[in-house]
Structures are given as structure tokens and as C-alpha cells.
Design a protein around this ligand. Structure first.
Ligand SMILES: Cc1cc2nc3c(=O)[nH]c(=O)nc-3n(C[C@H](O)[C@H](O)[C@H](O)COP(=O)(O)OP(=O)(O)OC[C@H]3O[C@@H](n4cnc5c(N)ncnc54)[C@H](O)[C@@H]3O)c2cc1C
Ligand code: SF4
Ligand code: SF4
Length: 1010
């Protein structure tokens, strides 16, 4: 039995006092010293891990003032803190061992949109895509682009002066900041914007910190203009971090915001921003040019620049390869065909935008004519052109995801950021990259590359195993080499992502201006409390060094290798934060979106499990051996001890991990959509198995887990079950075990209906005995418990459809699939159940007849959770219904009544694990003469049993309300809104009282003439 994981490090005394003081001062937001919250905030996307003492989630600007005032007091002078937004920094920008001030949870409102004057006012925690979604209805957008746009906050973007694709046309974040409302460390709230000299003189008279700061910055601008001009490179990606080169704007106005933009949370707390926004270009086109080498792509990009594109991006073969293995590829594959069976090894993406279609088309024509004439002479292989928002957007989404995908490689060596965003003058990029590559190749490192070639920025993440001390030293070695090469070409180490821990190189890049930065830091933050060690340290302070902090690798290496391998699905989370996506139409991650609590995200859960494994390792506990021991013992073993443990309620870090796991819907979206394929349901099941080896399970778990096995017997008296459920006693009983909205058995007798249709049960003998021709026109329907017993009419519709297509259906004898066992962590029982089922399926498949399942989630279990079985024991392919239908679409008759548009809300596991199968549904409807539109949607909130569990019901409905409810409200009345998931259909029925058909029912109705 696992021991209690207790005595987790409590926050330091001073932080406990700070917490108490903030509560006394009526801090309105959340304050948490809980170890689980702290460990989840201990990482960003960098290689570092710093455990904060306390996390504050302010609710308002007043909270920020309270924080500043309290920490300004003498007794709290040793408190250091870091502001935090999306936490997507690649260099530890938001990490601290002190207090984290996370504005993303509550300060995320869009305050005002002024479409006429084209500006917007937002709180600092607003996510960039959230803002653009709100602006879209006004035909406007906030243009600075970054790959993390679905989770990075405006506060974070301003603080890193973020930019990305399109920066040559639209500039960087600072170019769009009109006003900043900030809290200075003495508690002053100050709104800074470009000001005329008269106002500046007035402000300089002030005796407070605002006056001091203005006097200093103005003196720097006047006194050091020549030095500044000499040392700030004239690059599109100008030197961020106290941007001395732009203290005066193009109209000569004094602008304190040039110092604040890019200051990485070292000077002020940003509360609100007024931002410039611009019209969305009406037309866009993307020319996708393929090359035989990355170098050819880079060199040709310089040629392509002269065509005046809005942006040019280069991607190498490794990145393309990673994208091809991801769900995202499906949406872009048509634009990257192979050339003579060869995949391109470099690609340039050349974008043109404009408000007049012919202007865009002329630009495209100019480039494509040149490409056609220039031909392969420059290593070009061919090109495609994408037009319109959807297609161009899909390719940019693929490019955006590439940075995350760069982190996804198999094995212990993983691509990591530390020299990932250098910038050089674009004309030197190809030569620079050749030297950069030589430095990496000399060390036998694997890496993928892509870049904003128009801005001279290169993204690269060499693969290094940070758990290996011998490899860890490469961080310094390579960084030093890259600093040298970058300086040689007149470039910067930080072209895009900010400095963070790399601040030790500030003096080298800022040269004689570094003391000036020190003076600015000292004026804003005389006690060096705000994100100390980053960008500039006051005179006696120290800058952070790239090898001076605890790394994640160092922490992880204390977990034995065998355990790391067993929990592989959790170990490789690199904190890129894709699972924090704001977009409610993305499947990942419903529990995070509903709670806004980072513990309830894939990253949160992976982090907690990693820490739990580390804690077990420090106590000499091997969870793999524990699991084996648990499985060999009977279910009653240790019952008294488990009872005692459950009742005693002693503190245990495992409870905190359990709390995070309990909120997971096991929807599997993370396992498909996380760029690193962090698979929460898999490691969650392993954790639950061990956790419930020490504590008692709720009775409900046993009921749900045995449900599949009990259904055949229960179904025989389904009418009685249904009757009892409706009685007060029945309702009280289900409530007592924590279940709500328990489904009822279908009134249809499957046995009778099959007999009426002459459909036989499938046995390998019966299938083998079929004549070859008939066998080829046969198919076996693999039953799932829920459709068969609760929605028998859907099963019959599928069988009728199969018959209407001229095929002979058989029905596989029902055997539990085991998914509920897996979800609840009964892994021993799952293994046995899955093995039995897989054996039957293998025998049936051996006859050569195809197997097909109806419910997407249950069918996809054969491809995901069944991978836990040894290779020899795995099931044969079981097709999703649409995969089978599309193979045989020639057998679908075109019917005149089918020419309507149908709308599909797919199950989120289809979106994540079998995204191409959504196109199959469309092809199938097209074969019948109709059209099918796949609606944007996330999770419906039901996810098997989750939405039936009393304690999760409210969250389940909240998730439904985030996306599904509006689609149902809009389309359900048409009768053409379809849903593939049994869970989803149940949820719609419970919440909106509507019965959505399965697509098979709609198709059948079409084939039968409406
Ligand atoms: C996969 C990946 C791709 C990326 N691609 C790009 C890219 O294309 N372009 C780009 O520019 N960056 C990119 N980044 C880096 C990162 O996303 C950006 O720096 C982003 O702007 C950080 O925003 P955030 O909200 O996550 O901020 P955080 O990481 O939380 O914080 C960043 C910095 O801002 C400070 N900060 C945050 N909020 C406040 C506030 N309210 N007041 C004061 N200081 C604050 C923090 O202290 C910290 O120093 C990428 C990162 C990843 C992981
Ligand atoms: S779980 Fe995946 S998406 Fe989320 S932070 Fe970790 S690696 Fe990124
Ligand atoms: S399975 Fe679903 S709910 Fe659970 S962590 Fe993954 S995305 Fe979130």
C-alpha cells in the first residue's frame, strides 16, 4: 500500500504573514499557499522549475494596489514577486521562488471597444484570441501575432513585446499600445501614454516615484542619445527590455510605455491597456513554395521578399514531419503535396493581404509567375496557393502549432527552448543559420527549425535530455556559441520571446548602456523586489544565469527510469500551455475552461503526477511495484486499513493530486491535441488504481465499473428498472450513490428486431462458412453497451442502413468493452476485460469480415486504451461507422430528398483522435447527394459518466453552456442537427430536452426518401 505523502514544504513564514496581511486588507481575489497550486505555477515553457511560496490571483486593480502597498512595507522588504499571465514564457520570465501574481484568472475582461476610433481597453489577463474574437464582429483585430495566441495574455504580450508572423507589416506589440494603466511598487496607479513636453515637464515636478521615473528616463533620452543610437541594432525585432531607442515616438512625444513594453514584469504591475486595433484585411492568399532543402528555402526567401508580401515564413522538414503526425495536418495536407514521392525538406509561406481582391491576386500572380519562370533552379520543387480566411488560417494554425510540435519527439532527448528566438538582419539569415547549424551538428544534436525570414528570426529547439547531467552542460556551451555567432552578424539572442533567465547576457548586448538599464530598474523598484535578476539588476543585485537555477530535468532525474517510462504520458509535458486554450470550440480542455484553475488542466495534472512520483521516489516507493502488488492481491485485501485511512482524513499530497484528477472528464482531447501528446486519462487511470489501493472507492465507482457486465442481465428487466427509477425511492437511491439523470433502458427488444430483420449474431464459424462473395459484402457490428441498451433504435438504424446499402450485417455478441473500468482506474479488471473482448474480435476479424462500431468514444477505445495490452493481445481494427461507410460509399444511392444541408456536432474524441473521420462523414453525405457541415464545438460536458455524477453535474452543464447550447439553440429545431456521441445526445436531451439524431439515422431517412 502506498504511504501517505505528507510534510510537503509549507510556505516560508514571511509569506504566511503576507497572506494573513493581505486577507486583513480585504484582498478580493484568491490567495493560495497550497503546494498543489504552487507546483503548478513552478514552471512555464522553459527548462526551469522554481517553487513559489504563495500565489495571488488578484480580482481588480485595487487588489494590485493592496499587493504593492503591503509589499512596500519594511517588514515585507524581502518578498520578491513575479507577475504572471498565460505562463507561456520560454525562459522563466514568470517564474519566482517568491510570490506569483497571476492576473489571468480574474482580470480578464474586455472593458471597452471603440470601433469608430479603433481602440480597445482591456484588463491585463485578456487572452489575445479572446480579444480578436470580440473584435471580429466589428471587422477589427489586434495584429501583433504570436504562436501562443490562444492562451498568451495581453499583459504577457506587452511585457515581452511579443510579435511573430506579420511583424514587418504590423509591427510588434509596443507599436499598438496606446495607454498602460499600471501599479507602481509604492502603490501609485499611473496611466502612461505618449505626452507632449509641456505635460512631461509638469509630471517631472512630482515628488513621488512617478516624477522620479519621468525625470530619469527623460534625462537618459537627452543625455545618451548617441550611445543609444550606436548600440540599439536597427532590426525589425528591436532590442526589447527598456527600449531606450523609442523613448520619443515618431511624433517626438515622450513615451514611458517604450520602457514598460518588454520589461518582463520587472518594473510595474500592468492592470489595463488601451490598444490600437486595425481592420481585418478582406482578402488574403498564401503561396506555399516547396524546396529540396531548408537552405534553398532560406536563400530563396530573400528573393521573395521583393514581392512585398505581408509575411514570409520558412519551415524545415523536421517541423513539417512533426505537423504531419499531428491532427492539424488534416486541415492543410492538400497544400503540401509530395513531389515524385518526396516530401519537401523546406517550405516558404508567402502571404499577401489587402482589401481589394484584385490587388492581392496581382501580387500572387507576380510571385507565381516568377516561381514558374525561376523553376527548380533555386531548389524549388513546386507551389500551391491557398485563398480565403479558412484555408489561409488553417496553414497559419499549423505553423503556429509548430513551435509546440518542436517539443514533440520520442525518447528522452526532447527539443527545448534556450536559444530558440535569435534575430539577425534578414539578409544574413541564411549564412547565420549555416553557422548555427554547424554549431549544433558539431555536437550531434537533433533539431527542427523554422523562422520569420522577413524579420530575420530563427526558431530552433535542440533535443537534449535535461535529466542527464552530462547533457545539461550543453545549455551553457551552446548558448555561448550562439551568442558569439549572433553578435558576429549584428543580431540579438532574444528576437521574440524575451530574456528571462538569459538576462546574464544583458550586459553583453546592451554594452555601455547596461548601467542605464540598472538605473531605470532602481528608479522603479529600488528594493529589487519585482522579478529580480531579470533584464537588469540594481547596482548590487545579481542577474540570473542560465545554469544557476533549478531545472525541471534536475527534479525529474530523481524519479527512477523505470517509473519515468511507466508514466511516460505525464513526464514529457513541457509547459507550452496549448492546453490552456481560451477557445471554447477547441476540444481541449473542458475542465480547465470551466474552472480557469490551472490544476484542472492537462499541464496541471501532468505536473502534479510528476511531483507525486518524485515525492514517492524520495520516500523510496516504487509505484510500479506497488501496482503489481495491488493487482495480485484481491479487492478485499487491506480493506480495514483502507477504511481507516479514508476515515482518518490525514493530510496527504495524494489527495491534492486526486482532486485534480477527479475534475478530469477523461475526454481524451489532450491525448490527441496536446502537441506533446500528454495523455491524462492514461496516467490518471494509473494514479487512481494506486490511490484506491490506500483509500476506499465511492460505491458509485463499483457500480459504474460493473455496469457494462450487468447490462445484459439488467436489460431483461429493463422495464422494471425504468419503473423503479421514477419512484421517490429509486431517485433517492441514485442520489445516495451520487448519480443523477440515470439513463433508462430502451423499450425496444434488440433480439426481436434482429429476428424480424433476419440478422444473425456473428460467430467466426458462421462468417467463415459464408461464400467468399457474400463474406465480402458482410460486416460485423461491434456493440457498445450504451447504444445497444439505451438507444437500441440507433443500432437498428445502422443495421438498416447497412442493409439498404446491400450489405449483410452481423451483430457481434456483446462483451464489455471496458472503457468505464479504465476511466475509473480498475486497470487489472480492464486488462482482463479488454483481453477477452480483443480475443473475440480477433477471431471474428480473422474471417476477413470488417468490424465496425457505432459510438465514437467506445470504438476509439480499441485504438487508445487497448494499447495497454501486449501487442499480441491487441484487437484488430474496428472501424468507426463513417470510416466503413466511406469505404463503401459507392453503395450509397443518391437520393433526391437528400440535397439539404445537415449539421454535425461530433464527439470530441473524434475531433482529437480521428479528425480525418469527420471528412469521411462529409464524403458519405455527399455520396447520398447531401452536404454535411461540421460545426465548431468543444466538449458537451457529459463524457461518459462524468455528467451523471452529482458532484460534477454543475460543471458538466457549465461546459455544455460554453459551446453546445448555442449550437443546439440555433440548429436543433431544423431537425438536421446531428450528433455522433451517445453521451452528447444524452446531454442535449437532459439540458435542452431535444433528441438529436445520429448521422446514420439521417442517412437512412434520406435513402428511404425522407
Ligand atoms: C510554443 C510557444 C510559442 C511561442 N511563440 C511566440 C511567438 O510567436 N511570439 C512571441 O512573441 N512569443 C512567443 N512565445 C513566448 C510567449 O508566448 C510570449 O512571450 C507571450 O507574450 C507571453 O505571454 P503570457 O501571457 O504567457 O505571459 P507570461 O509568460 O505569464 O509572462 C511573460 C512576462 O510578462 C510578465 N507579465 C505578465 N503579465 C504581467 C502583468 N500584468 N504585469 C506585468 N508583467 C506581466 C511576466 O512577469 C513575465 O515576465 C511562445 C511561447 C511558446 C511556449
Ligand atoms: S499538457 Fe501538453 S499542451 Fe499542456 S502544457 Fe503540457 S505539453 Fe503543453
Ligand atoms: S481528458 Fe479532457 S478533461 Fe481530462 S485533462 Fe484531458 S482534455 Fe482535460
Amino acid at each position: 500500500m502506498l504511504p501517505r505523502v505528507s510534510d510537503m514544504p509549507a510556505p516560508a513564514r514571511l509569506h504566511a504573514e503576507l497572506l494573513a496581511e493581505l486577507r486583513l486588507r480585504a484582498f478580493e481575489g484568491d490567495l493560495t499557499p497550497a503546494y498543489a497550486d504552487r507546483i503548478v505555477s513552478a514552471t512555464d515553457n522553459s527548462i526551469y522549475q522554481l517553487l513559489p511560496q504563495l500565489i495571488a490571483f488578484p480580482r481588480s486593480i485595487d487588489d494590485l494596489v493592496r499587493l504593492a502597498r503591503v509589499t512596500a512595507e519594511e517588514r515585507f522588504k524581502d518578498i520578491v514577486f513575479a507577475p504572471r499571465g498565460g505562463g507561456t514564457g520560454t525562459n522563466g520570465q514568470s517564474l519566482t521562488e517568491g510570490l506569483v501574481v497571476d492576473v489571468s484568472r480574474h482580470m480578464n475582461r474586455i472593458l471597452e471597444i471603440n470601433p469608430e476610433q479603433r481602440w480597445v481597453r482591456v484588463q491585463a489577463g485578456v487572452v489575445k484570441d479572446q480579444l480578436n474574437a470580440a473584435l471580429a464582429e466589428h471587422g477589427l483585430f489586434f495584429p501583433p501575432e504570436l504562436s501562443t495566441s490562444n492562451r498568451a495574455t495581453i499583459g504577457g504580450m506587452i511585457s515581452t513585446d511579443a510579435s511573430g508572423q506579420g511583424s514587418c507589416l504590423y509591427g510588434k506589440t509596443r507599436d499598438h499600445v496606446l495607454e498602460l494603466t499600471t501599479v507602481l511598487l509604492d502603490g501609485t496607479v499611473w496611466t502612461s501614454r505618449p505626452i507632449e513636453d509641456e505635460e512631461l515637464q509638469h509630471i517631472k515636478q512630482r515628488s513621488d516615484r512617478v516624477g522620479a521615473v519621468h525625470r530619469l528616463v527623460d534625462a537618459i533620452q537627452h543625455g545618451q542619445a548617441d550611445l543609444i543610437a550606436a548600440h540599439f541594432p536597427k532590426l525589425n525585432r528591436c532590442m526589447t527590455g527598456y527600449d531606450l531607442a523609442h523613448i520619443r515616438d515618431e511624433r517626438g512625444r515622450f513615451n514611458l510605455n517604450s520602457i514598460l513594453c518588454g520589461s518582463e514584469g520587472t518594473l510595474v504591475l500592468i492592470a489595463e491597456a488601451k490598444l490600437n486595433v486595425v481592420p481585418i484585411p478582406k482578402h488574403s492568399a498564401l503561396v506555399n513554395v516547396r524546396y529540396g532543402s531548408f537552405d534553398a528555402a532560406l536563400r530563396d526567401a530573400q528573393e521573395l521578399i521583393r514581392f512585398g508580401a505581408a509575411s514570409i515564413e520558412t519551415v524545415d522538414s523536421r517541423v513539417l514531419g512533426l505537423a504531419q503526425d499531428d491532427v492539424i495536418w488534416e486541415s492543410v495536407r492538400q497544400y503540401f503535396p509530395e513531389d515524385d514521392g518526396q516530401r519537401a525538406t523546406g517550405v516558404n509561406l508567402v502571404e499577401f493581404v489587402g482589401n481589394v481582391e484584385t490587388d492581392v491576386e496581382i501580387s500572387v500572380r507576380n510571385v507565381t509567375d516568377a516561381l514558374t519562370c525561376g523553376g527548380p533552379s533555386r531548389g524549388r520543387l513546386g507551389f500551391t496557393v491557398a485563398r480565403g480566411e479558412a484555408d489561409v488560417g488553417a496553414i497559419w494554425d499549423m505553423r503556429k502549432k509548430s513551435v509546440g510540435l518542436l517539443g514533440n519527439m520520442q525518447g528522452d532527448k526532447r527539443p527545448i527552448p534556450f536559444v530558440e528566438d535569435t534575430a539577425v538582419p534578414p539578409e544574413h539569415l541564411a549564412d547565420y543559420i549555416a553557422e548555427f547549424r554547424a554549431a549544433l551538428d558539431a555536437r550531434n544534436l537533433t533539431y527542427g527549425m523554422f523562422g520569420h525570414v522577413d524579420a530575420g528570426v530563427l526558431h530552433v529547439r535542440p533535443a537534449i535530455d535535461m535529466k542527464d547531467p552530462a547533457q545539461e552542460v550543453l545549455i551553457r556551451e551552446i548558448t555561448e556559441a550562439v551568442v558569439q555567432i549572433t553578435k558576429k552578424y549584428g543580431g540579438l539572442l532574444w528576437g521574440e520571446h524575451g530574456k528571462g533567465v538569459r538576462s546574464e547576457f544583458s550586459p553583453r548586448f546592451f554594452g555601455p548602456l547596461y548601467p542605464t538599464l540598472q538605473s531605470i530598474k532602481a528608479a522603479f523598484d529600488p528594493r529589487n523586489q519585482l522579478n529580480p535578476g531579470k533584464i537588469a539588476a540594481p547596482e548590487d543585485g545579481k542577474l540570473l544565469a542560465i545554469d544557476g537555477l533549478t531545472t525541471r530535468g534536475r527534479r525529474d532525474r530523481t524519479i527512477p527510469r523505470s517509473v519515468r517510462t511507466a508514466y511516460d504520458e505525464a513526464l514529457h509535458c513541457n509547459g507550452n500551455g496549448a492546453c490552456f486554450t481560451w477557445d471554447t470550440d477547441e476540444a481541449m480542455c473542458p475542465s480547465y475552461k470551466a474552472t480557469r484553475d490551472r490544476r484542472h488542466s492537462p499541464k496541471g495534472r501532468a505536473t502534479l503526477v510528476r511531483e507525486w512520483l518524485r515525492q514517492l521516489a524520495t520516500r523510496g516507493i516504487d509505484p510500479v511495484a506497488e501496482t503489481a502488488a495491488l493487482r495480485s492481491a484481491g479487492p478485499w485485501r487491506n480493506f480495514p486499513a483502507r477504511l481507516r485511512n479514508t476515515w482518518s482524513r490525514m493530510p496527504d499530497f495524494s489527495h491534492a493530486v486526486m482532486d485534480a484528477m477527479d475534475g478530469c472528464l477523461a475526454c481524451k482531447s489532450c491525448s490527441g491535441q496536446c502537441p506533446i501528446k500528454v495523455d491524462v486519462p492514461t496516467f490518471r487511470a494509473k494514479f487512481l488504481e494506486l490511490y484506491y489501493g490506500r483509500y476506499l472507492r465511492p460505491v458509485r465507482h463499483h457500480m459504474v465499473a460493473s455496469l457494462e457486465a450487468m447490462l445484459p442481465a439488467l436489460g431483461k428487466v429493463g422495464w422494471l428498472h425504468n419503473l423503479l427509477l421514477d419512484t421517490p425511492a429509486g431517485r433517492a437511491a441514485t442520489r445516495a450513490i451520487g448519480l443523477v439523470h440515470t439513463p433508462k433502458f430502451s423499450a425496444i427488444s434488440m433480439r426481436q428486431e434482429l429476428a424480424t430483420r433476419g440478422i444473425a449474431m456473428a460467430t467466426s464459424e458462421a462468417l467463415a462458412a459464408l461464400p467468399a462473395g457474400e463474406r465480402a459484402r458482410s460486416v460485423v457490428l461491434v456493440q457498445d453497451a450504451f447504444t445497444s441498451w439505451y438507444e437500441t433504435h440507433v443500432v437498428l438504424a445502422v443495421l438498416d442502413l447497412i442493409q439498404a446499402m446491400g450489405f449483410k450485417p452481423f451483430v457481434a455478441p456483446f462483451l464489455p468493452n471496458g472503457k468505464p473500468l479504465h476511466v475509473h482506474g480498475f486497470l487489472g479488471a480492464f486488462d482482463r476485460t479488454a483481453s477477452r473482448n480483443a480475443t473475440m474480435l480477433r477471431e471474428l476479424a480473422a474471417t476477413g469480415v470488417e468490424l465496425v462500431g457505432i459510438d465514437a468514444s467506445m470504438t476509439l477505445t480499441y485504438r487508445s486504451d487497448y494499447n495497454m495490452l501486449s501487442e499480441a493481445n491487441r484487437p484488430p481494427p474496428v472501424l468507426l461507422l463513417q470510416e466503413w461507410l466511406v469505404r463503401h460509399r459507392d453503395a450509397i444511392a443518391r437520393t433526391p430528398g437528400a440535397d439539404e444541408e445537415y449539421l454535425l456536432l461530433p464527439h470530441c474524441s473524434e475531433r482529437s483522435l480521428a479528425v480525418s473521420s469527420l471528412k469521411d462523414w462529409q464524403a458519405v453525405f455527399a455520396a447520398a447527394g447531401g452536404t454535411l457541415r461540421v460545426l465548431p464545438s468543444g466538449c458537451c460536458g457529459m463524457a461518459g459518466t462524468y455528467g451523471h455524477e452529482a458532484e460534477h453535474r454543475a460543471t458538466s452543464e457549465q461546459i455544455y453552456a460554453m459551446g453546445w447550447s448555442k449550437q443546439v439553440a440555433r440548429w436543433a429545431r431544423s431537425g438536421r442537427l446531428l450528433a455522433t456521441g451517445y453521451s452528447c445526445r444524452s446531454q442535449v436531451k437532459i439540458v435542452d430536452g431535444r433528441a438529436l439524431p445520429h448521422p446514420a439515422q439521417a442517412l437512412l431517412a434520406c435513402l428511404r426518401g425522407g
